[in-house]
Design a protein around this ligand. Structure first.
Ligand code: ADP
Ligand code: NI
Length: 218
């Protein structure tokens, strides 16, 4: 990409900030900001194509925002239109879109294959933001937004075999740790992310252990 890439990234950040500010279900601007920072760190360690990593990190959730249970191609469409408006080269646009399409988690039993280093970096950064202290906060924020119970001992976790099944899930928030959050550490691609995931993972394990112990009156 050309020398204006700093401006393109900055303009994109401002655009996404405007779109997602104040969103309360877990895809707010600060989620994007954290994924962007983490992706920059992992991407640099992996010698990835940084403009692609940064643009994809910034745009990776814009399709989810207004179209929660609808068209899964919306993120790609909105991102393409935005990048074309900024005159980003077609080759870069294609790579950014490919990353955006590959990053999301689709259920415990579904594959999470990604085809480029840049997709690995952004997916790792997105997943790191779903675990650890922030992951715990986001899970309960999401559960509250959806009106879910915190926990219900009568409803066991389910390992969803398809994205359709995973999307239909209405289980208590604690189940989400078993259905998704505890699985993410093993699904990291890059060495830097694997290392960061260790601490966040054990923090969540401790949290769930303490939660279940307090549940029993301890
Ligand atoms: P992303 O697009 O960032 O990968 P998702 O759209 O899957 O994430 O979810 C956004 C946030 O809400 C994440 O932190 C995720 O763990 C949490 N979340 C998603 N589904 C559930 C659920 N069923 N229960 C609790 N938290 C959830
Ligand atoms: Ni995300």
């Amino acid at each position: 990409m050309d020398p204006e890439r700093g401006t393109i990234i900055q303009t994109t950040a401002e655009h996404v900030q405007k779109l997602l500010s104040g969103e309360g279900s877990g895809h707010d601007w600060w989620h994007i900001w954290r994924v962007w920072q983490t992706a920059k760190r992992i991407g640099a360690a992996e010698h990835a194509d940084m403009p692609v990593v940064e643009l994809a990190a910034l745009l990776h959730d814009i399709g989810d925002h207004k179209f929660h249970n609808g068209d899964e191609t919306m993120g790609a469409k909105l991102s393409r239109a935005w990048l074309q408006k900024l005159l980003v080269p077609e080759e870069t646009i294609r790579h950014v879109i490919q990353v955006i399409e590959e990053v999301s988690f689709k259920g415990a039993g579904t594959s999470s294959a990604v085809s480029t280093l840049e997709a690995q970096v952004v997916q790792d950064a997105d997943r790191l933001d779903a675990i650890g202290a922030i992951g715990i906060a986001r899970a309960f924020a999401y559960g509250g937004y959806k009106g879910r119970e915190l926990y219900n001992p009568a409803i066991p976790p389910v390992m969803h075999a398809s994205f359709e099944e995973y999307k239909k899930n209405t289980a208590p928030t604690l189940n989400h740790f078993y259905e998704k959050l505890f699985l993410l550490k093993a699904r990291m691609h890059t060495a830097a992310a694997k290392q960061m995931a260790e601490k966040r993972h054990s923090h969540m394990q401790e949290f769930v252990q303490q939660f279940l112990s307090e549940w029993e009156g301890n």
